[in-house]
Design a protein around this ligand. Structure first.
Ligand SMILES: Nc1ncnc2c1ncn2[C@@H]1O[C@H](COP(=O)(O)OP(=O)(O)OP(=O)(O)O)[C@@H](O)[C@H]1O
Ligand SMILES: [Mg+2]
Length: 254
C-alpha cells in the first residue's frame, strides 16, 4: 500500500496510532466543527444575499460523508468555507482542532495547505505540466521538502491511482477520468486529514466515476482520511457512511 513507501511524513499526518484511533468511534477527534455559520454574499450592498442560514455541523476523523441537496442550496458555499477558501460572515468554524475565524490570511493558508486536500468537478490541473509535476505542486507550495522526496512521494501516489504509465504525460493530454485521478493524487500529496470533493465525479462517465469514488474510499479506509463528498449522484451518496442534506442554506437531515 502507499504508506510503506512514503518518503517523508508531512506535519500533521497520520501515525499508526492515529489510524488505530480513527477506527475507534469513541476516541475519534473532531476534524470539522461549525456553529451557527452564516454566509452572506455581497454584504452591505443592495444585492446582499444570505445563502447559509446558521449551519451547525460536526465531522469526526475518518468519516466519509456525502453532501447532497438541490442546485443552488449552498453545498459549494459550505465546502468553500470548510476548506478555508472563503470566510463565514458569522459563526464559528474549527478545522483540525483550530478555531479559524480569528486567523489571518497567512495562517489560514498554512492550515489549508497542511490539513486540507481539494478535488473539484473540473480538475484544475495545470495542463502544461506533467501528471507527476501536478501532484508535486502542493509539496512545492509548502516549501518544506527536498526535491527527490517530493518526486518519490508523487510517484507513489500516481502509482496508487493507477497512472504509473502516464506519470510523465502532460496533464492536458490525459482523459477526463485520468485527470481526475491525478487531481485526487494531488489532493493526497500533503497527507491531509481532510479531503473536500465538490462533485468530483460530476463530469465523468459512470465507470470513471466509480473508479474515482473507489479510490477516495480506499484512502479514507487506509489512512483515516476524512472526506466530504458533494454529489448529485444518489448511488454514490448511498455508498457514503453518512448523508448531510443541504436545502435552502440549511442542513435538513443526516
Ligand atoms: N460568489 C458569489 N456571489 C454571489 N452569490 C453567490 C456566489 N456564489 C454562490 N452564490 C449563490 O449562492 C447560492 C448557493 O450557491 P452554491 O454554489 O453554494 O450552490 P450549490 O448547492 O453548490 O449548487 P450546485 O449543486 O448547482 O453546484 C446560489 O444562489 C448562488 O447563486
Ligand atoms: Mg456546487
Amino acid at each position: 500500500m502507499v504508506d510503506a513507501a512514503l518518503p517523508f511524513t508531512p506535519r500533521g499526518s497520520a501515525t499508526d496510532a492515529d489510524r488505530r484511533a480513527a477506527t475507534d468511534a469513541v476516541a475519534r477527534p473532531v476534524v470539522v466543527q461549525l456553529r451557527s455559520v452564516r454566509k452572506t454574499y455581497n454584504p452591505g450592498t443592495p444585492i446582499a444575499t444570505e445563502v447559509l442560514h446558521g449551519i451547525d455541523l460536526v465531522i469526526q476523523r475518518g468519516e466519509f460523508c456525502a453532501i447532497v441537496g438541490p442546485s443552488g442550496s449552498g453545498k459549494s458555499t459550505l465546502l468553500n468555507i470548510v476548506g478555508l477558501l472563503d470566510r463565514p460572515t458569522s459563526g464559528m468554524l474549527a478545522v483540525c482542532g483550530k478555531e479559524t475565524t480569528s486567523l489571518d490570511d497567512g495562517a489560514l493558508t498554512r492550515l489549508r495547505g497542511h490539513s486540507i486536500g481539494f478535488v473539484f468537478q473540473y480538475h484544475n490541473l495545470i495542463t502544461a505540466f506533467t501528471a507527476i509535476e501536478n501532484v508535486m505542486m502542493p509539496m512545492l507550495g509548502a516549501g518544506e521538502f527536498p526535491n527527490d522526496a517530493m518526486h518519490t512521494r508523487a510517484a507513489v501516489l500516481i502509482d496508487a491511482v493507477g497512472l504509473k504509465r502516464w506519470q510523465d504525460n502532460l496533464a492536458g493530454n490525459l482523459s477526463g477520468g485520468q485527470q481526475q485521478r491525478v487531481a485526487l493524487a494531488r489532493a493526497l500529496a500533503m497527507d491531509a486529514a481532510l479531503v473536500l470533493a465538490d462533485e468530483p465525479t460530476g463530469n465523468l462517465d459512470s465507470r470513471s466515476a466509480d473508479e474515482v469514488f473507489a479510490l477516495l474510499r480506499r484512502f479514507n479506509r487506509d489512512h483515516g482520511t476524512t472526506v466530504l463528498f458533494v454529489t448529485h449522484n444518489a448511488v454514490l451518496a448511498d455508498r457514503c457512511d453518512k448523508t448531510i442534506e443541504v436545502v435552502d442554506g440549511q442542513i435538513t437531515g443526516s
